[in-house]
Ligand binder design. Structure first.
Ligand code: CTP
Length: 423
């Protein structure tokens, strides 16, 4: 298993080795756990490192950061701490046992052994560890059969109260099942059905459900995840009347294509928050007020809410982009929107003309800049200053419609606009 750790990138290996050195010196045991171990066994790339400390995790992190001049954050209530490296962070937790006072409650935690810590976790495939201790560095610790379940492609809970203790695991089960093309093991599936029937979702904090929903929508091509959840009746928490049907398959496929097209063709633009588009595709099925109240209740960020609702409010007017629309009118319509909204319009309307306009906006209009600056106007004796804003706007629009390139064209046009404005 020593080789398994070697599959990690050199930077991760280096930090794990330095944690290991400190652990030996401090006389405590530490283990790599969770998703990183699972991904290593599957030979998949891993992005996060989670470490369990059999001992005081906060003290360990504190000492490490003091010696290595690193930044960290600690959460005393949970016995956890995070160290920040340049391109990644590492989460530490004190090995613990969890008890839930009621379904969906935040757990009460007590320090415990690694074995107990792994037992509190969601699925066997996420409940393995790799030792980072000198005597058996790199050894896989697998108390609950995670390795075998990985080989057989099974998602299995560790105990029968798992979904009721933490109903967000219903969403997580489907997420891992679909991501890895695994199966939810039969007893686990029964427990999952039972938890849904017992309305487990109604006991969980809405923000935790929101975060899991976002994680699902951040997976590649999330439509199949949603279909599976819908069939399991696990999407009612969004809206009782939500249905995912064939018509959605088409919109989701067009969104996949639209996102791919945007990322490929417009690399210079910022990356899309893709989940916003997929979430809109779900919410667009409901009246605006229901979508707004969902976003409010689940505590979505203000910016997300605004982006989603602005798609609602302008979906119909996007249809007014026709063959005759002048470039500056296309710009005026599309420019106030986020790129997520623009790509949503692109995917929503298969109409060639609308798509051509959006393509033109992204590739051309959104990056048109004037060569002429305020100080040029001043030098040329244009006055008063109060007209500059209006002049630049009209000049930009004229540049879009007429496509002129040189500064001389801009100056000529500026003179004409200025004459009209001051007439
Ligand atoms: N975990 C859990 N129950 C949850 C959430 C997390 O038991 N509701 C445990 C699992 O052991 C999981 C680990 O905490 O592996 C880390 O959680 P997270 O980062 O959310 O998941 P990963 O398994 O790392 O998955 P991903 O690849 O999506 O990051």
């Amino acid at each position: 298993m020593t080789n398994t750790l070697k599959k990690l990138n050199p930077e991760f290996n280096h930090v794990l080795q330095s944690f290991s050195d400190l652990a030996v010196g401090s006389g405590i045991k530490i283990y790599l756990v969770g998703g990183a171990v699972r991904d290593l066994c599957l030979c998949r790339k891993t992005f996060d490192l989670d470490i369990v400390v059999e001992g005081d995790a906060i003290k360990f992190v504190h000492t490490f950061c003091e010696r290595n001049k690193k930044k960290f954050k600690k959460h005393h209530v949970f016995g956890t701490a995070t160290i920040y490296f340049d391109d990644f962070h590492v989460d530490f937790v004190t090995a613990r046992r969890e008890t839930y006072a009621f379904s969906g409650a935040l757990p009460k935690v007590k320090p415990a052994s690694l074995k107990e810590d792994l037992f509190r976790r969601d699925f066997t495939i996420n409940a393995m560890a790799i030792s980072l201790n000198k005597e058996d560095y790199g050894l896989l610790v697998d108390f609950y059969g995670g390795r075998k379940d990985l080989e057989n492609g099974l998602i299995r809970v560790l105990h029968e109260k798992s979904f009721m203790d933490d109903p967000t695991r219903i969403l997580r089960a489907v997420r891992f099942e679909q991501r890895f093309s695994f199966k939810i093991e039969s007893v686990t599936l029964e427990l999952l059905h039972k938890a849904i029937m017992q309305e487990a979702f109604s006991f969980v904090n809405a923000h935790r459900l929101r975060d899991e929903l976002i994680s699902i929508l951040k997976e590649s091509k999330p439509y199949k995840y949603l279909v599976r959840l819908f069939r399991l009746k696990a999407l009612f928490f969004i809206n009782r009347s939500l249905k995912i049907n064939k018509k959605d398959a088409l919109l989701f496929a067009r969104l996949d294509k639209g996102i791919y097209f945007y990322e490929k063709e417009f690399e210079a633009h910022r990356k899309l928050e893709e989940y916003i588009l997929y979430l809109t595709a779900i919410l667009i099925k409901f009246p605006r007020k229901d979508a707004a109240s969902f976003l409010e209740r689940f505590g979505f960020k203000k910016g997300d809410k605004m982006r989603i609702l602005s798609i609602y409010d302008n979906l119909i007017s996007a249809k007014t982009l026709t063959k005759k629309t002048l470039p500056h009118k296309i710009f005026q319509f599309l420019n106030p929107f986020s790129f997520e909204s623009v790509v949503f319009f692109y995917a929503y309307y298969p109409d060639k003309e609308i798509r051509r306009h959006i393509n033109f906006f992204l590739s051309n209009l959104s990056v048109v800049r004037l060569k002429l600056k305020g100080h040029d106007l001043k030098q040329m004796g244009f006055a008063p200053l109060t007209l500059y804003g209006k002049l630049f706007e009209k000049l930009l629009h004229a540049k879009m419609d007429k496509g002129f390139e040189s500064i001389d064209d801009e100056i000529k046009e500026a003179r004409a606009i200025f004459r009209k404005l001051s007439a």
